[in-house]
Design a binder for this molecule. Sequence first.
Ligand SMILES: Cc1cc2nc3c(=O)[nH]c(=O)nc-3n(C[C@H](O)[C@H](O)[C@H](O)COP(=O)(O)O)c2cc1C
Ligand code: SF4
Length: 523
Amino acid sequence: MSVTIYLPKDAAALALGADEVAAELTRLARAAGQDLNLVRTGSRGLFWLEPMIEVATPGGRIAYGPVEASDVEGLVAAGLFEGGAHPLRLGAPAAIPFLARQTRLTFARTGIVDPASVEDYRAHGGWAGLERALELGPEGIVEEVVQSGLRGRGGAGFPTGVKWRTVAAARAPQKYIVCNADEGDSGTYADRMIMEGDPFVLIEGMVIAGIAVGASRGYVYLRSEYPHAAAAFALALDAARRAGLLGARIGGSAHDFDIELRMGAGAYVCGEETALLDSIEGKRGQVRAKPPLPAHQGLFGRPTVINNVISLASVPFILAEGAGAYRDFGMGRSRGTMPIQLAGNVRFGGLYETGFGVTLGELVDEIGGGTASGRPVRAVQVGGPLGAYFPRALFDTPFDYEAFAAAGGLIGHGGVVVFDDTVDLRAQARFAMEFCAIESCGKCTPCRIGSTRGVEVIDRIGAGDAKQITLLRDLCETMKFGSLCALGGFAPYPVLSALDHFPEDFGPEDFGAGAAGSAAAAE
Ligand SMILES: Cc1cc2nc3c(=O)[nH]c(=O)nc-3n(C[C@H](O)[C@H](O)[C@H](O)COP(=O)(O)O)c2cc1C
Ligand code: SF4
């Protein structure tokens, strides 16, 4: 009798030896005369358990992990093909506490389905959103997305439905849907996991967006550092075209829509929406002044919806289950779920999708299990390289756009990077300025020049010059309010949060006070 085993082909699992495990499984099954159906899936996002293999049994899937190639022989001897007992046996995957506590709406299928199979996607509820979208028509779709309360998951948190309404209302012979898959933030991988593990949910979301606003062409702008995502997505595009879910007259409707995959060239600033549009147009990625908004004049000067992967991948659930089913999760103006990515020095690193409102402390201490090093957690950076550093005193901050802004931070794309007590926050502040200097597109002065001056000022602080702290704060204000885009505008967040919450890393105890004193004297 044939046995089905699911094994991730996700980049994180591959890095941990998934292909070697696959080869060993295949070899030993053949040797044992066992017919093996090996399905390569995405990852469920429990990275400390990767490579995690799942065996289909009459009682459901049984997981084992983390499995190394050298474990496979022992596993097979212990009755792996029947779900037998073994120290690496984890039981039913959905019962693993890290997964059981989650609310998986957008990631409901990731790690479960075969990412290359249109049929498997359908068997797990896929395409139901598109079917309802075709019934509702453009205005109905936009209204549903507005009502869901979905806000952009790329960083700025702008209401997705409002953006779509603007593009829908624009009159033009051609409109575009652009998916931002540049995913440049440190500690983030949710976009990659979707594209490798459940690419059809993104395709479905883009098709729905196209029908909603009257666009017949879509582009996915993917960072060049994601070759596995590129390969998985390209396969899915071909499969969707063959199934009539991309191309002319989608699903037998009057709508045409197709998607082109474009690879970026490795610049962080090309994740900024207007620089991204320039890059797709074949120009050097440089930030455009707004207005005009991309919704009015975007790609090739045409009205364009530009959304993050997760924003678009959230749409099929909203259409299939209704706006209310999504809006019911969350808090305040942050509705629905957020795929939070736990990274850095954390014991249980991985993808944790949950309704907004979970506190930073719950995420880091309970769900993440503290640091991987076993040392105390000292700081957590949330929202990528331009996000603030949070001290333990702010761990009661709920994951919510407004609450994070009120605490001097941002949620960004949901990356949570944990640091233990060996972290040097002055070095981290310096890194933020250095990063900004390297990645700056050079269009505006506060960012282009300010970031380089910022590195110098922080170096002078390190050399013992307390007066430079006032200058650093001044420089941060100038960059915050004078920069054209959020690269220069947000680089001060990690710097100021480091200064405010970890002043001891910038000099002796009276150092900050001395700087404040000199500021007062200057007034
Ligand atoms: C420097 C910079 C880098 C950015 N990088 C990304 C990125 O990698 N992915 C992304 O979705 N948004 C990124 N953004 C935000 C985009 O400009 C834009 O807000 C987003 O694509 C809109 O989609 P959403 O409304 O679905 O979030 C970046 C912004 C800035 C200023
Ligand atoms: S803030 Fe920096 S990246 Fe943004 S436009 Fe100005 S120079 Fe370019």
